[in-house]
Ligand binder design. Structure first.
Ligand code: ADP
Length: 749
């Protein structure tokens, strides 16, 4: 049974007297280091001892130096590194029973009967086999005199927690595996780069990405990269796909695209089981479109580089949960796999998850593609449907008598606004509506700055930061409502898609409340959350937050390097208004030792304690300290104040620098996650509006992501979720994660 894991409400020394072994096995994945760091530090915080098992299961088989105790500092400065610092290996010896017997001997020699294993489905099934054999192996070792009965009795069972490290994102039952988000970053960066050169030469590119049995990377990068066609293992194309693909590419060109981009998963096949190679796709394009086509095989680049912000904070959370799980396990419990479902960690039974994962290729081979897609889950299927609609739309011109939907932005600028507007235009037209761009927010609506947007008008918007439609923070004044109402009437607007932040929500709410006085406001309005601050009702995550988090993470990586030659403390300030989400997640992603949030406040006592801790810490060898402060954490204890305080109290033993990251957090191309979230939320918002049109009703909503599901809250309800004074939701799901930061950042004395 799947269940949601819980972060401990406080730090309790549940690990005293217990020893954990940790290993990474199979293919490496970015984020493994973050998970290793979190397992080690959480276990130490909880009072346990932790042993690294080097080179996957091989270290366990070999024993000796292959198993070594780790301390707090041994996992310092690894969060930002790709790969795995404890090595990984495909151990042949461990596949043999004799190898596993040696492994048991070596674990017992170190007093270890609790394991955290980070690997793919192969590594995890090896783990389960080892667990099942444990007592038998021990009995044999006792009989052979290798292990005493006393030792065997002290370790009656092997307890474990599994984490999935796999860039393919192929484990059935979880939404994201460690490394998948970073791989998506690498691919989408490459697609963005190829698009500019391809467009210069009017060329086609075929991009081959990893995924032997799983089309996740191909499908998601095709959506996030705005590609023309995708070929994935779970949906082998029916005969004649070559012509359909070329028609899709031609349509794009006719609508003004200067490049074409096809993404092929390495395991793509047709319905006869024949592999579809990227070179064959290239040939098809050249033969049919009579133009140059080039193949780019991304290969190991996808495994490389620094992990994304998500792969750092999510793996930190997973590592924390794995340590807690394995330290609370009792002999006889069978350990789970821990993974993400939406933005929560869930426990999935290992055997079931591995069995279902292995079923997918079998279903594909048997031609049961629907069942294979079912196992991939709801959001994968939804993404496949959306991509199909994007590349083979029902229509690309609005019909005469169609409903007219206005798209607008309001609130603060957030990356991903353009991606959302582009998706709205294309999906809206495909669904038979006329799509209108309302420029410059509510002032633009008031002034009638409205014009129709066609399929090709939004071609280049996907990867662009900023907001092509313009955005204003202005909430209309009551005296402006009449002009807004006239403008809605003049442009015959039947529904509004407000893609924006807090001021946009306030304005939408105002129009909705004034519908009795202004009948033209009686139209469906759907708000889609875009905000760096992640402070909006109806959604646990806003579009743009992930991009901002990545910008902060990259900036802090550089800032930290600048301090590596001296003893230095940094105080970094992030945006977020009164919401600490960005600050806390940035702290998790960058390995900050302290975080200052408005939600917790800053007290003089806490500052005094921090100053003292810092002085001692530098005195006993610390070289770098990082604190991250939310811009509104406290009106008096500003970033400048904190930096001066630390400097003054350092008595010259370390120096202090402050960095206010400012508007760079709003800039840059949106991350794959933000582009995908934008497309997904827009598609659902259009579903809602379509349903209102069909029913002849005018209900309005705020749409968003709650846990793993897209859901909508009625506009009448949405403001009741908010703390109106501080402009943030009354319940903030992520606040419990502060405990994780404490466990991994605060070295126990
Ligand atoms: P991944 O974990 O990435 O799927 P592999 O399938 O290559 O990668 O597995 C990694 C390692 O896990 C193998 O080299 C082996 O040491 C161990 N392993 C995998 N499957 C088994 C098994 N059935 N029995 C024992 N060990 C296994």
């Amino acid at each position: 049974m799947t269940s949601t894991a819980q972060v401990l409400p406080e730090i309790v020394k549940i690990g005293v007297g217990k020893r954990i072994g940790i290993l990474t096995s199979g293919g490496d994945a970015q984020g493994m280091n973050a998970a290793v760091r979190a397992v080690v530090r959480t276990a130490l915080t909880l009072g346990a001892q932790v042993y690294a098992i080097y080179e996957g299961y091989q270290g366990m088989v070999d024993g000796g130096d292959g198993i070594r105790e780790l301390g707090w500092e041994d996992v310092g400065s690894i969060l930002h590194r790709g790969g795995t610092m404890i090595g990984t290996f495909r151990s042949k010896d461990f596949r043999e029973r004799s190898g596993r017997k040696r492994a048991a001997t070596n674990l017992l020699a170190n007093g270890i009967d609790r394991l955290v294993v980070i690997g793919g489905d192969g590594s995890l099934s090896g783990l389960d086999l080892f667990r099942a054999e444990w007592s038998e192996l021990l009995a044999e070792l006792v009989a052979e005199g290798e292990v005493t009965q006393e030792v065997a009795d002290a370790h009656p069972a092997l307890m474990f927690a599994g984490l999935v490290g796999s860039i393919d994102n192929d484990l059935v039952g979880t939404d994201m595996t460690i490394g998948a988000d970073t791989a998506l970053h690498r691919i989408v960066d490459a697609i963005d780069a190829l698009a500019s050169t391809a467009a210069s030469h009017q060329r086609s590119f075929v991009v081959e990405v990893m995924g032997r049995h799983c089309g996740y990377l191909a499908l998601m990068s095709a959506i996030a990269g705005g590609c023309d066609y995708v070929l994935i293992p779970e949906q082998p194309p029916a005969d004649g796909w070559e012509q359909r693909m070329c028609a899709a590419l031609k349509r794009g060109r006719n609508e003004g695209r200067r490049d074409s981009m096809v993404v092929v998963a390495e395991g793509a096949c047709d319905q006869h089981g024949e592999p579809i190679t990227s070179d064959y796709v290239r040939q098809v394009i050249e033969d049919n479109l009579h133009e140059d086509a080039r193949v780019t095989i991304l290969g190991h680049v996808q495994r490389g580089g620094t992990p994304s912000a998500y792969d750092r904070w999510a793996s930190t959370w997973l590592g924390y949960e794995a340590a807690v799980e394995v330290l609370t396990a009792t002999p006889g419990t069978i350990g789970p796999v821990l993974g993400f479902r939406g933005n929560r960690v869930t426990r999935v039974p290992l055997i079931e998850a591995v069995a279902k994962t292995r079923q997918v290729p079998q279903l594909i081979a048997a031609g049961d593609y629907e069942a294979a897609m079912d196992l991939r889950g709801g959001s994968f299927k939804e993404a496949a449907r959306i991509l199909a609609e994007m590349v083979e739309p029902s229509r690309i011109d609005a019909p005469e008598q169609s409903k007219r939907i206005g798209i607008m932005h309001a609130g603060g600028l957030a990356p991903g606004m353009n991606a959302a507007a582009r998706a709205a235009v294309r999906l809206g037209i495909s669904r038979g509506h006329t799509m209108l761009g309302i420029r410059n927010g509510f002032p633009g609506l008031r002034d009638g700055d409205v014009s129709e947007l066609g399929w090709s008008d939004v071609e280049s918007w996907l990867a662009e930061g900023g907001a092509e439609l313009g955005v204003r923070r202005t909430v209309p004044l009551v005296e402006e409502l009449y002009r807004i109402s006239r403008s809605l009437e003049d442009h015959k607007i039947d529904a509004i898609l407000m893609i924006g932040g807090w001021n946009g929500y306030q304005a939408a709410d105002l129009l909705h409340r004034e519908r009795d006085r202004f009948p033209t406001f009686g139209l469906p309005i759907v708000c889609i959350p875009t905000s760096l601050d992640n402070n909006l009702p109806g959604s646990e995550l806003a579009i743009g937050t992930d991009t901002a988090l990545n910008v902060i993470t990259e900036a802090v990586d550089r800032i930290k390097t600048s301090g590596s030659a001296a003893k230095r403390a940094f105080v970094v300030e992030t945006m977020g208004r009164y919401c600490g989400y960005l600050t806390l997640m940035a702290a998790m992603a960058t390995g900050a030792e302290r975080v200052y949030l408005h939600e917790e406040g800053i007290s003089l006592e806490a500052l005094a304690a921090d100053v003292e801790w810092l002085r001692q810490s530098f005195a006993s060898g610390r070289k770098l300290f990082l604190a991250i402060r939310n811009e509104n954490a406290n009106p008096l204890y500003t970033t400048d104040f904190l930096a001066r305080l630390l400097e003054q109290e350092s008595h010259g033993t370390y120096d202090v620098r402050q960095n206010i990251l400012g508007h760079m957090q709003q800039g840059g191309a949106p991350t794959p996650f933000d582009r995908l979230l934008a497309v997904r939320l827009v598609s659902r918002a259009l579903d809602l509006i379509g349903a209102e049109f069909d029913a002849g009703t005018t209900n309005s909503y705020a749409i968003g992501l709650v846990q793993s599901k897209v859901s909508a809250v009625a506009m009448d309800q949405m403001m009741s979720e908010m703390d109106l004074r501080l402009h943030r939701p009354k319940v903030q799901w992520w606040l419990a994660l502060r405990q994780i930061l404490r466990a991994v950042a605060d070295e126990p004395s």
